[in-house]
Design a protein around this ligand. Structure first.
Ligand SMILES: [Zn+2]
Length: 287
């Protein structure tokens, strides 16, 4: 009888032991599963990652750490705010390549800048949706500019290159018909020239720009381009010393090379002779 009871007790003990071991094992798996989930890059983390290459390697790291199923699987549809993620490092030519100064088509004094000198970085925002209207305004991303203004700009770019920087252009010649579209879209009219008067951009004699370093990364400035706030003003001081220094370096060399600044936008420069040139409405496909 005692032996029978002992066998029953032993059987119950073995059953409990097996169940207990299984529970422990399950918890081990669960904890290993939580690692990739906790390291899953959130959208805000991705915003701070500097290059898409790093994003890919971060995603791969998650995959290799994942030893069990039902964990985070990187997908390609993660939305990244490209305007805040630096582009992959690019090679910026420091001297114009032979042939860059070949035959340049000229229409009413307007030329394509890169045909004169290809050592600029061109990022025409109104040829993309990455502008305040959120619409494509220009059918072409070519940087068209008055040839006299272009020679001043080349001089300024050569000065910046000595310091290790390059001019990045956001806007130059703007057909008058596009000026009307921007005027209608702008909520704050103080940042856009009235099409009745015309903008110096319509003359090809104004340019919106910033500076990039040798890897193509924009230097920190007090505001984003086309940010229609007080941070865009030249007298704005509530920002870092580095941002102020960069804004002033940009202004100093541009003025030295024959441009004028305007108080409301650090990125905008008028050719000091802009009014000598006519307001034009030549479409981009003429170049
Ligand atoms: Zn401008």
């Amino acid at each position: 009888m005692i032996k029978k009871r002992f066998c029953l007790f032993l059987s119950i003990f073995i059953i409990f032991f097996i169940l207990f071991s299984y529970t422990l094992h399950t918890e081990e798996i669960s904890s290993s599963q939580t690692i990739p989930i906790t390291t899953k890059p959130s959208i805000s983390m991705l915003d701070t990652i500097s290059t898409p290459t790093i994003i890919i390697s971060a995603a791969n790291k998650t995959t290799t750490n994942t030893l069990t199923t039902n964990t985070y699987i990187p997908t390609t549809n993660i939305k990244i705010n490209n305007s805040r993620v630096s582009k992959t490092p690019i090679t910026i030519p420091q001297t114009p390549t032979p042939g860059a100064k070949g035959k340049v088509k000229e229409v009413k004094g307007l030329v394509e800048l890169l045909k004169l000198d290809n050592t600029f970085v061109i990022d025409i925002k109104y040829a993309t949706k990455d502008n305040f209207t959120k619409k494509v305004i220009y059918p072409s991303a070519k940087c068209i500019i008055n040839k006299n203004t272009a020679s001043k700009l080349i001089k300024a770019n050569n000065e910046f290159k000595k310091l290790g920087y390059t001019i990045k252009i956001f806007d130059a010649y703007r057909p008058h018909s596009a000026q009307k579209i921007l005027w209608d879209a702008a909520l704050d009219k103080s940042f856009v020239a009235d099409p009745k008067k015309g903008s110096n951009h319509n003359r090809g004699a104004a340019v919106d720009l910033t500076l990039v370093d040798k890897s193509g990364k924009e230097l920190p400035m007090p505001s984003n381009y086309d940010e229609f706030t007080k941070r865009a003003r030249l007298d704005y001081k509530d920002c870092s010393k580095e941002q102020i220094n960069n804004r002033e370096l940009l202004g100093r060399i541009m003025v030295k090379c024959g441009f004028k600044r305007i108080r409301s936008e650090w990125w905008h420069f008028d050719d000091s002779n802009a009014k000598k040139f006519p307001v034009l409405d030549i479409p981009f496909d003429k170049f």
